[in-house]
Design a protein around this ligand. Structure first.
Ligand code: HEM
Length: 438
């Protein structure tokens, strides 16, 4: 059984809809103050127990970068027991992640990617009022400690339609986690073993992988990769318009890029037109597989965003179930009004968050092998048209009768503004961190 009362709420619990959220980053200037912060945060961080209770819709979670663990005074032997990707941090993994050109760490928003990012506090609530109350409680705890500096803040939100900046419904597809009591969204996908998401449990390979030591620190923890992803919405709209034969075809081309219509309705279920009712129906909008109905990708192109991100049962090189993830994406910035094709200069996009037990085999693998390469499905060196590290030489092809379509001159629609790899400790681990001897 999963020890839900020791796992942070943000790992497993589905989010309310709509919601408001905030990321606050801290630098620990003094280890003693950092440990005091951990003790205080231990009192305000919610656990994943009672996943259905409405009070649990408001929560604060706390994660630490490798530099943060160091600043707290975690012993060297323990630091060495963390996986190498985590120790190096996201900026050092730029090449693997395709963070090049405009997305490369030298252009990241400061202090993202720097050694100053130690603690990531995330607050989430169904509305701004309740978020402010939760944050005020957390602030009371941290403001009284000198030796801790808040260095960055990002507000974000999910609309009732969960529309992200390109105009598609997001937050639909989630894996079920065995023993969590929380249902997944695809009735055709067997629940995943808990060790895929929480440390200290059997995973899909049938083993309990090594966890950071001592046991009290690693057990019931998870890893988070958060990324601030700027979306070039006007460029995306211009591209779709320039590559279609009229407004109806525009919607189809956009859907062929994403793998879903804007309403969230999957091409796999309604390939010819959008269906708003289906898009909003949680019982049906993720109930599909690919292998039998659509092996070639006539409906959902193999290179589209959702099929790359989760090929489900399609024939690919490799095993899909060991590369799954829990996603916690939240939009930031104002939406570009409908129909506007010129960039207004506003900062908008997605605060993307991966949650899982293995940064390398899950997040980095999906980003590098599935988003930034197409060999796994026989698509050669192609990239995800939504979030891939695209250059102008890249093309996007999909099968269509009578002739396949090949769209030229893609551009990079998503630019990385920064991010970090963090460890989301269990609640007992937070307490352990708070009680470390200096
Ligand atoms: C700004 C960048 C991105 C945008 C606009 C975006 C948008 C979307 C949308 C609209 C969906 C379909 C709705 C849903 O199933 O929730 C989706 C699904 C998904 N995305 Fe993204 N996404 C972005 C970045 C990423 C990144 C960086 C990754 C992973 C490295 C990722 C992984 C996934 C996964 C795993 C799914 C679920 C696929 C499925 O199970 O069908 N996305 N995304």
């Amino acid at each position: 059984m999963l020890e839900l009362d020791d796992i942070q709420s943000g790992v497993l619990r589905p989010r309310p809809s709509p919601y408001e959220a905030v990321y606050v980053l801290f630098r620990i200037d003094d280890g003693k103050a950092g440990r005091e912060l951990m003790r205080r945060m231990h009192r305000v961080v919610a656990s994943a127990a009672h996943p259905e209770s409405p009070e649990g819709d408001t929560w604060v979670s706390v994660a630490l970068s490798f530099q943060g663990l160091k600043a707290l005074g975690v012993p060297q032997a323990s630091l060495d027991s963390f996986p190498p990707e985590f120790q190096h941090g996201m900026a050092a993994r730029a090449r693997v992640l395709g963070d090049t050109g405009d997305s490369s760490p030298e252009h990241w928003e400061k202090p993202l990617g720097s050694a100053d990012v130690h603690v990531v506090l995330t607050g989430l609530a169904p509305d701004r009022e309740r978020l402010d109350v939760a944050l005020a409680r957390a602030r009371q705890e941290y403001e009284r400690i000198s030796g801790i500096t808040a260095i960055w803040k990002q507000h974000c939100h999910a609309l009732p339609t969960e529309t992200e900046a390109f105009g598609f419904r997001d937050g639909i597809s989630h894996p079920a986690v065995e023993g969590s009591g929380i249902a997944g969204s695809n009735p055709h996908e067997l629940p995943l073993k808990p060790g895929e998401f929480v440390l200290g449990y059997p995973d899909e390979m049938g083993v309990v992988a090594a966890i950071p030591q001592p046991e009290v620190l690693g057990r019931n923890g998870s890893y988070v990769a958060f990324r601030k992803l700027h979306q070039r919405v006007a460029a995306f709209r211009q591209y779709v318009k320039a590559n279609s034969s009229g407004p109806e075809d525009e919607e189809l081309v956009a859907a062929k890029i994403m793998g879903r219509w804007r309403s969230g309705a999957p091409l796999a279920v309604c390939p010819m037109h959008d269906d708003a009712e289906l898009g909003a129906d949680r019982g049906r909008n993720n109930a599909f597989l690919f292998k039998e109905d659509d092996p070639i990708g006539y409906h959902t192109p193999c290179g589209s965003h959702i099929r790359r991100a989760n090929p489900r049962d399609a024939d690919i090189a490799g095993v899909v179930r060991i590369h799954r993830m829990i996603r916690r994406g939240t939009s930031y910035g104002p939406l570009l009004p409908d129909g506007v094709l010129e960039d207004d200069g506003a900062e908008r996009g997605l605060m993307f968050a991966f949650v899982g037990a293995n940064l390398g085999r899950q997040f980095e693998f999906v980003q590098s092998e599935w988003m930034n390469d197409g060999s796994f499905f026989g698509g050669g060196a192609t990239k995800d048209p939504v979030t891939g590290a695209i250059s102008e030489a890249d093309t996007y092809s999909f099968p269509r009768r009578p002739l396949p379509v090949r769209l030229q001159g893609l551009s990079r629609f998503v630019v990385t503004r920064g991010g970090e790899y963090c460890f989301l400790p269990g609640l007992r681990a937070l307490q352990w961190l708070g009680e470390l001897e200096s």
